[in-house]
Ligand binder design. Structure first.
Ligand code: GLA
Ligand code: ZN
Length: 669
């Protein structure tokens, strides 16, 4: 690719042709080179069982080709037409409460409906047959934001088949689900019903009597949607084998195991809609996760709003400079694109107030348009500089959907534990130090890392603990927390003292785990050394016995005061740390600094809090992104000589450089 892709979701089918001309002029002005089209055109194209009319897509594709725009072409299968739902009610979903949905909204198709599968695949095939010849298509965009869960009878049947394929015998299933508990023994596959509010769940999706069945249902649902993706992909690849396929993921999205999905995508792409204006760390983590899905391969930022969302209770606009800053943040973490939803404000329905590059008046002088245009210019000037560049991280965060599901499905020890919030919290402790972090699956090799952080490593699968032991033995630092190491892949307790399979590595034993309201704190007390002090911790409190490890810190309160809360165990040439409670950030930041220092992992640029720095590498070039998220101007101190790509200035090591509020600098050396 000759430059970072710039553009986004475009729905010309909603507009008369004179508006298309206006759009094209404005795209040109804003340096927009890429559009995603066809995401929601199914009903326009297919008016009945065998009646297809592609004339609108034909016109769109011709026009975009003539205008030399790159196209990310959707298969358009995320919202089935109304006639289909009327004729085949099976295509709509049944929800968690057991309510059969009628036609409406989008993403409402049952993944196991043969009718949906057949028609969505037919549509993908027809799109490929018809448009595969266009040389300006850069990728297939299959469906859109796969997600949700269906509990219909077709899914129930498919679930039983999935279970049969997985367990082979009903006895194996009974063992895996621990069905001697509460008289649940199954004698026949047909006795199994879907786990929802009518069966195993107490009103809420996370509250189940049987973790085994609920966990398997999440795996099954993720696999079912993945099968939809693979079904469409198969047709596309038959006709256009060289075109990459993607689908836009949703980042920290619990329902789909993206590590499993990633193997089937050529390009990872995702939609970044952070919940608050203070989501820098969360976004950084999510970008790192998206990059980690395919072992460091650059990804695409498929959607972000240029200004505001519309679906939340309040929808703040991105303040001046923030759209540019967050766009570069994506690039800094490995994106080769800056794409938006949407190009033009929708005229009606639920996204008419959703931010767009072009407003209802079609102006080129709004603040949003002007900021987009400025960014478009910059990215054009940047050319291919960072495109394809990789991240070299010495630090990894382990992320696992199975652990996410299992830890939140478990009754006890606390309902206040959110896997997502926990991952963000611990990531933040590292993020502050402006070092590169890979977010990786538990299947990945640890060889390239010096530090591995694994909060809530709840589920131990296969030989994971041995891999971690080898990593520590050869000199790595491993850090884990409460609720790690203790269940197997079926969410059954490992019959060992806690922390189960990590006990040996950590050199500790846990007999009790106390949990209190999140507002109640205990203390982490350290008498001497570089971590000396008293810090708050909360949520979970493991009562730890030392079995070889040393106590780094002791609790300050409760009947377990003066017993260990943080431990460290020498193991081979490395060390394994255990955090028995959730420290507030000040402690985490200090602890991680100490561990990073040990491995000489430091950022060569000195900066104050709120300034994010991260690197990408290509050939012998390093690109350093400096992003000032603060409200105030700041000053950084360079550790090396650099050329600043956006300001076109050379700087020497030791030099102090000012960075305005919300500004970005890209250094090259
Ligand atoms: C999602 C979808 C888009 C649009 C945006 C609005 O990301 O993929 O079609 O609805 O949300 O934020
Ligand atoms: Zn279904």
């Amino acid at each position: 690719m000759e430059k970072i892709l710039f553009g986004g979701d475009y729905n010309p089918e909603q507009w008369p042709r004179d508006i298309w001309t206006e759009d094209m002029n404005l795209f040109e002005e804003a340096h927009i080179d890429t559009v995603t089209v066809g995401v929601f055109t199914w009903a326009l194209i297919q008016s009945g069982e065998d009646t297809y009319d592609f004339s609108i897509m034909d016109e769109i594709m011709e026009r975009l080709h003539a205008e030399k725009k790159k196209v990310c072409l959707a298969t358009g299968t995320a919202a089935h037409p109304a006639w289909m739902a009327k004729k085949y009610p099976e295509v709509t979903r049944v929800d968690f409460e057991g309510r059969k949905h009628t036609f409406g909204q989008r993403h409402n198709s049952c993944p196991n409906s043969p009718v949906y599968q057949q028609y969505s695949q037919a549509m993908a095939r027809k799109m490929a047959e018809r448009y595969g010849k266009y040389d300006n298509i850069i990728a297939w965009h299959i469906n859109n934001e796969y997600g949700g869960i269906c509990y219909c009878d077709l899914c129930a049947k498919a679930f039983r088949n999935w279970l049969q394929a997985k367990y082979k015998t009903i006895e194996k299933l009974n063992e895996a689900w621990y069905t001697t508990f509460w008289s649940h023994h199954f004698y026949d596959w047909d006795e199994i019903v879907v786990p929802n509010a009518l069966s195993e769940h107490y009103g809420r999706e996370n509250v189940t009597a049987f973790q085994g069945i609920s966990l398997d249902y999440l795996r099954f649902n993720s696999d079912s949607m993945l099968a939809n993706f693979i079904g469409e992909k198969k047709h596309l690849k038959e006709i256009t084998p060289d075109l990459p396929v993607t689908t836009n993921m949703m980042g920290l999205y619990k329902t789909l195991d993206y590590f499993k999905w990633a193997k089937h995508l050529d390009i990872i792409s995702w939609d970044n809609y952070p919940p608050t204006m203070q989501s820098q760390a969360r976004m950084a983590l999510t970008h790192d996760l998206m990059r980690g899905l395919k072992q460091g391969q650059p990804f695409w930022l498929m959607e972000q709003t240029p200004s505001t969302t519309a679906c939340r209770d309040v929808n703040p606009v991105k303040r001046p400079g923030v759209m540019r800053l967050w766009s570069y943040q994506a690039v800094a973490h490995g994106s080769d694109s800056v794409l938006f939803f949407q190009m033009r404000h929708s005229k009606g329905a639920s996204e008419k107030y959703h931010g767009a590059i072009i407003n209802h008046g079609g102006r080129n002088d709004t603040r949003v348009f002007k900021e987009v245009k400025q960014l478009g210019q910059e990215l054009t000037l940047l050319g291919d500089a960072v495109v394809g560049a990789r991240t070299k991280a010495k630090v990894a965060l382990l992320f696992d959907w199975d652990s996410w599901w299992a830890v939140e499905l478990s009754d006890g020890p606390t309902r206040h534990l959110s896997y997502q919030q926990t991952m963000i919290h611990y990531y933040q402790g590292l993020y502050k130090h402006n070092i590169s972090i890979d977010v990786i699956s538990i299947d990945q090799d640890l060889d390239q890392y010096d530090v591995v952080l694994a909060p809530l490593l709840h589920m131990m699968k296969e030989q994971l603990h041995q891999k971690i032991e080898r990593f520590v033995e050869r000199g790595g630092s491993f850090i884990t927390t409460y609720l790690s190491g203790i269940v197997d892949e079926n969410d059954q307790a490992i019959l060992e003292d806690r922390p189960g399979l990590l006990k040996n590595l950590l050199g500790i034993r846990i007999d009790e785990t106390d949990t209190l309201e999140p507002t109640v704190t205990n203390e982490i007390c350290i008498q001497d050394g570089d971590l000396k002090g008293t810090y708050d911790c909360r949520l979970i409190f493991d009562v730890i016995q030392l079995e070889g490890a040393e106590a780094v810190a002791a609790y300050g309160k409760e009947f377990y005061a003066q017993t260990p809360v943080i431990t460290k165990n020498r193991f081979g040439k490395g060390d394994a740390w255990y955090l028995g409670s959730q420290p507030d950030l000040p402690f985490l930041e200090k602890l991680f600094k100490k561990i990073l220092d040990k491995h000489q992992i430091v950022c060569s640029i000195e900066a104050e809090d709120g300034v994010e720095i991260t690197e990408r590498h290509k050939g012998d070039k390093t690109y350093v992104f400096v992003m000032n998220h603060q409200e105030a101007e700041t000053e950084i101190v360079l550790g090396e000589d650099y050329y600043s790509l956006l300001t076109k200035k050379s700087h020497k090591a030791g030099e102090k450089v000012k960075v305005a509020s919300k500004d970005v600098l890209i250094f090259e050396n």
